[in-house]
Design a protein around this ligand. Structure first.
Ligand code: FES
Ligand code: FE
Length: 430
């Protein structure tokens, strides 16, 4: 068998090696270590499991997993893999079930994983012990204010320690909803691309590409209305006020709020949102003085929060990065609605959540596929993330120790690859 190259030689201060995106063995190892064996991984939002005995089929890297609530409401995660001969046990996306019966030979498991029945039990010897045939359980499942994460690493830090300063940004995002009530129940917008999963993670924290990659969306917006933000995109984005903050453990955020100019700005509603005007007119007529406050709840969060390795919060949406193979990835955009507001407010929020996946994400995915194609050339070995490196005046250390820089700095890639390398090469317990 081929000896895996030393990963320390493949991740440098200003560059990473192409094989991190193309090598099958590195990918297989990531799926074990980065996606749950050592690190916490995002699985679901609690509102997707609204009642006792709710379940949701997800993946933890390549491992098929069922997230369940037991009858008391406690969350569990079990491998969606029958303990008999390995068949996928639950073939539904979501629902309510106290138990699951395997479609292959009919073994039945409680939603907490115990084997509770086999057809024709007389066919098993005296030494058959049902308690040895429960579903494999994911040992630790914890949630932070509705965001459910899991790990197979018994000695992983507590979830809040892993998230670190990212909790403050999650709080900001959650508390924009009245009463902090965020609901992920509006369906999923799924898209796949032929490229490595890290291309999506690289890009989520990249403030360098939008002025180029998303030019057509920006031009469409500019035809819909003038705003200072268009001028911002017209000149070097380095001069813009947006900054990116490194939150530790590979997490980071781009803060676009300094660009936000209130309702009417590009960031609020000058992007293609068919039907928005009519609903907005109705809200103004119906809710009078309260309309401004309500419409402000429709605006996107103005942050791009990346929680390593697979959770991206973009505007009002949750995007989950789901690796399928070294060169194949699925991205799932979960629209969110909020509690405590008239239904029309969630209608407008939905319009603001449709525009980017429809008009912006295809630009990004085209880039992901073209990068993957480019990386097939073995002689050109390196991928560079050196913008902003050692540029005087760009990077600052905040009082909390959080390093920040201009949003066009490729700091995010350099930051998370340090975590990536650590998880891939350290002994295990962290
Ligand atoms: Fe599930 Fe046989 S594989 S019962
Ligand atoms: Fe983009």
């Amino acid at each position: 068998a081929a000896v895996r190259p030393d990963l320390h030689a493949l991740v440098r201060d200003d560059r990473v090696h192409r094989t991190l995106y193309t090598d099958q063995e590195i990918f297989a190892e990531e799926m074990v270590k980065i996606f749950g064996g050592r690190s916490w991984v995002y699985l679901a939002h609690e509102s997707q499991l609204p009642e006792p005995n709710s379940f949701l089929s997800v993946r933890m890297g390549l491992r098929p997993v069922i997230v369940t609530r037991d009858r008391a409401g406690v969350l569990h995660a079990v491998f969606n893999r029958c303990s008999h001969r390995g068949a996928t046990l639950c073939r539904e996306q979501s629902g309510v079930a106290k138990s699951f019966q395997c479609p292959y030979h009919g073994w039945t498991f409680r939603n907490t994983g115990e084997l509770v029945g086999t057809p024709w039990p007389q066919g098993y010897g005296e030494d058959f012990d049902r308690t040895e045939f429960g579903l494999h359980k994911v040992s630790r499942v914890e949630s932070y204010r509705g965001f459910v994460f899991a790990t197979l690493n018994e000695s992983a830090p507590a979830l809040t320690d892993w998230l670190g300063p990212a909790t403050g940004w999650l709080d900001y995002w959650i508390d924009r909803a009245p009463g902090g009530e965020v609901l992920v129940r509006s369906g999923v917008h799924r898209m796949g691309y032929r490229g490595n999963w890290k291309l999506a993670y690289d890009n989520a924290g990249d403030g360098y590409h939008p002025a180029f990659s998303h030019r057509s969306l920006l031009e469409m917006a500019s035809r819909m209305g003038e705003s200072k933000d268009m001028a911002y995109f017209g000149r070097s984005p380095d001069e813009g006020p947006m900054r990116t903050y490194m939150l530790g453990n590979g997490h980071s955020v781009i803060d676009q709020r300094p660009n936000y100019d209130g309702p009417g700005s590009f960031w609020a509603n000058q992007r293609p949102q068919p039907g928005r005007e009519r609903v907005e007119e109705y809200i103004r007529a119906e809710y009078g003085a309260d309309a401004d406050r309500l419409l402000d709840l429709c605006v996107g969060s103005q942050i791009n929060l990346s929680i390593f390795p697979n959770l991206l919060i973009i505007g009002n949406q949750i995007q989950v990065v789901e690796p399928l193979a070294v060169d194949s990835t699925q991205l799932s955009w979960h629209a969110t609605s909020i509690g405590g507001v008239p239904p029309e407010i969630n209608t407008i929020r939905m319009r603001t959540q449709e525009d980017f996946p429809a008009f912006g994400e295809p630009d990004d995915q085209a880039n992901f596929e073209e990068v993957q194609r480019g990386l097939a050339a073995p002689e050109a070995e390196w991928v560079f993330a050196n913008r902003g490196l050692n540029v005087p005046g760009w990077q600052e250390v905040g009082p909390d120790g959080v390093v920040s820089s201009t949003a066009t700095d490729e700091l995010h890639m350099r930051h998370y690859y340090a975590t990536w390398l650590d998880l891939m090469t350290s002994g295990g317990a962290r």
